[in-house]
Design a protein. Sequence first.
Length: 133
Amino acid sequence: MDKLIKYFEKDYFAINNHIELIEVRNGKAKAKMEIKRDHLNSLGMVHGGAIFTLADLAFAAAANSHGDVSVAINADISFMKAAYEGTLYAEAEEISLNPKIATYTVKIKNEKKDIIAIFQGMAYRKKDRLKIE
């Protein structure tokens, strides 16, 4: 799965948001984001868009972990607790896998393992295979 981590190094949006994919297994993935000033909103807490982007990278990696091109067709996030500093982790887990549709839950936690947000995503599985080098 190291090749898949390398593949996602081309996700420039995630890179520009200081998000790193740290683990990928079949149907699972983990990413982290060290909170920087760039992630904060005007209230001094991590912007919801930054948290969504973190969750979305973990979701994308888990959805593509089987080698089939998978793209999001639905995503939803619920915020539970504000984050201000430290590191956030997103852990994606496959809930359902079918030939064309797969569903995932991503839990975003802080360093204390408090749940910051829960993301639900649905992916469409194309017939194309990923071009992993």
